[in-house]
Design a protein around this ligand. Structure first.
Ligand SMILES: C[S@@+](CC[C@H](N)C(=O)[O-])C[C@H]1O[C@@H](n2cnc3c(N)ncnc32)[C@H](O)[C@@H]1O
Length: 269
């Protein structure tokens, strides 16, 4: 298989990557046949997945603007993905030129492409690090250079916690990050779930099956389980809800098949 110039050496192109599968759903070009095949299988089970991902991105942009409205200009976006339309630094820096963003991802393509996109941006950077090791993120040179953890930060865990199995102790990792944040900080989160949706648990299991051979397995969680990640944060209105229902602006979809998974924003008191 030919390796394009943007694909770092050492990655196995035959193993579907959760980052590149997502890039494919969003219409990006940083993906290989193994990624496209996995995405197509998932879309056979849930044809609305590309729209769900758009709703996820739209929620993220609304939450970033909410953070800016609260006076927050520091962003730590973990599991940031392959850059695409409307990235966090673009939304944040358009609203506040002083906004500073540290992206974190453990996928080599996401890291390499982010580096290329962020070249020359003094206030946005990517760290190659892993959510399963929060200490490594907090002690990274990128966080030290751009973020002041004594002041409020918006911590984004958008569409990433479902790539952590319970064995990876996601609750502890979120708590470690929360404890490092100043009061007034925000947790911005989305998570895959079939709970309360038009999709069955069986369809959820089938989607998990597609991701079983990918770079990370996918774990659906119930609304109650997703809400538990906000321990130590006060949920802002409207709480943990399907993504299009979080402070919708004009143009949010009403298609019921997009109301899958949950979004929420919490504030550390
Ligand atoms: C579905 S994408 C979400 C991208 C972006 N946050 C968004 O919502 O548009 C998930 C990203 O999380 C990254 N990821 C998965 N597990 C991770 C981990 N343990 N540490 C850091 N990044 C991780 C993947 O590489 C991928 O780029």
């Amino acid at each position: 298989m030919e390796r394009p110039s943007w694909a770092p050496q050492g990655i196995d192109l035959s193993v579907p990557s959760v980052s590149r599968i997502y890039d494919y759903y969003l219409g990006g070009s940083h993906n290989f046949e193994a990624d496209r095949e996995a995405a197509r299988k998932a879309m056979e089970i849930m044809p609305s997945l590309p729209k769900v991902m758009q709703a996820n991105r739209a929620f993220m942009r609304r939450a970033v603007r909410h953070a800016i409205d609260q006076g927050i200009t520091q962003f730590l976006d973990i599991g940031s993905g392959i850059p695409t339309f409307g990235n966090v630094h673009e939304v944040a820096q358009a609203a506040s030129p002083q906004a500073r963003v540290v992206y974190v991802d453990n996928d080599p393509v996401a890291v390499a492409h982010s580096r290329a996109v962020l070249e020359g941006n003094e206030r946005a950077v990517i760290a190659a690090a892993d959510l399963r090791e929060p200490e490594g993120i907090l002690e990274s040179p990128e966080v030290a250079r751009l973020l002041d953890l004594d002041k409020p930060v918006a911590l984004l865990l958008v569409a990433v916690l479902h790539f952590m199995t319970d064995e990876n102790r996601p609750t502890e990792c979120v708590a470690r990050l929360r404890d490092a944040l100043a009061p007034g900080s925000l947790l911005v989160l989305t998570h895959a779930s079939t709970d309360g949706s038009v999709f069955t648990t069986r369809q959820g299991d089938d989607i998990e099956g597609v991701y079983r051979n990918a770079t990370s397995p996918l774990v659906m969680r119930s609304r109650a389980e997703v809400t538990r990640f906000f321990e130590g944060f006060e949920l802002v209105e409207p709480g943990v809800v399907p993504m299009p229902d979080w402070r919708p602006e004009t143009g949010e979809t009403e298609d019921p098949s997009v109301y899958i998974g949950f979004a929420g924003v919490g504030r550390k008191a």
